[in-house]
Design a protein around this ligand. Structure first.
Ligand code: BDR
Ligand code: CA
Length: 301
């Protein structure tokens, strides 16, 4: 993950989801420079007294493109200026791609990678260890804009979603691999029924536990600046819980690489395009049920 505000909420949701056992978090340059993403991950975990999840710092820039962050949205500290103290916890000294490769190789068919940032670490792991993709259970990722709904347009450019745009070369490696991929793109994450409003913030502010209090601070920063808050990363994480909230289509996907106007486009190809591996792409979401789940998991002690 590239821990900005919605990534942080995905961590909090994961910690409150009994379906998941979080084996580790690798950070990657995306919303913020990778060092700040690592610091933010540690700050969130430490604040919530979670000291047993290893955090491993990953790639500091995309495979070929220069790094370009999104602190304008997430705030100068990447976490909506919530003023958490510097962490006492440290990142592990191993490399992110090695951590991914070792975890997967030790548990063939068992591991789900949940990617809420650019796909650089995963691509590097796949480059180093041929066949690794087939040893995964699956990848659930936040990324792409597939034109499947009126919301499936770009957010970084008019055509491309931020995570894929940031490192399209990595995204191509991942989408062209043999991994089973479930992609949650803007088509569903920008659906207003799955977004938070002032009304939801008020509900969370009434919940008296550290997870809800931290979430409310993070959410407040965005709600004060925008009318609603798109929960891209928590929504993607929810797709790993196997709760029937989404509809998916299966289609071969082409990722447009390079640095032209079309960088980072995620294009659905005709089914016959067997040169490309198919991925599951979300085309519907039950936003109301998702928000109910999100709020209840934050609020239940
Ligand atoms: C994605 O981009 C980032 O800014 C968010 O954290 C999310 O992962 C949405 O396009
Ligand atoms: Ca993210």
């Amino acid at each position: 993950m590239d821990t900005g505000i919605d990534d942080a909420l995905a961590i909090i949701l994961a910690l409150n989801s009994p379906e998941l056992k979080v084996l580790g978090i690798t950070t990657v340059a995306g919303n913020a420079p990778v060092k700040l993403c690592s610091t933010n991950t540690l700050r969130i975990l430490e604040h919530l007294n979670t000291n047993d999840i290893p955090v491993i710092e990953g790639m500091e820039k995309p495979l070929k493109q220069p790094f370009s962050g999104a602190l304008g949205y997430h705030g100068p500290d990447g976490l909506g200026e919530i003023n958490l103290p510097p962490p006492k916890l440290h990142t592990k000294s191993t490399l992110a791609w090695e951590f991914i490769a070792e975890s997967v190789s030790r548990n063939p068919g068992e591991i789900t990678l949940i990617a809420t940032g650019p796909l650089t670490n995963i691509a590097v792991a796949f480059q180093h260890v041929p066949g690794l993709a087939s040893s995964l259970s699956r990848i659930v990722l936040m990324g792409g804009a597939y034109g499947l709904t009126q919301y499936g347009k770009g957010n970084r450019t008019p055509f491309a979603e931020f995570n894929i745009w940031q490192d399209p070369e990595a995204a191509k490696i991942v989408f062209d691999s043999k991994a089973v991929i479930s992609a949650i793109g803007l088509d569903v994450s920008m659906n207003p029924s799955a977004c938070l409003t002032k009304y939801h913030l008020k509900q969370i502010q009434k919940c008296n536990n550290p997870h809800a209090r931290l979430s409310a601070e993070l959410i407040k920063y965005i709600i004060n600046r925008h009318t609603y808050f798109e929960l891209h990363d928590p929504l993607a994480l929810t797709a790993a819980l196997d709760i029937p909230l989404f509809g998916f289509i299966s289609a071969p996907i082409e990722i447009i690489t390079g640095d032209g106007w079309d960088r980072g486009i995620t294009r659905i190809l005709p089914k016959e395009e067997i040169s490309h591996h198919s991925a599951y792409i979300a085309n519907t979401v039950n936003g109301e049920r998702f928000l109910e789940l999100f709020l209840s998991r934050l609020c239940d002690d």
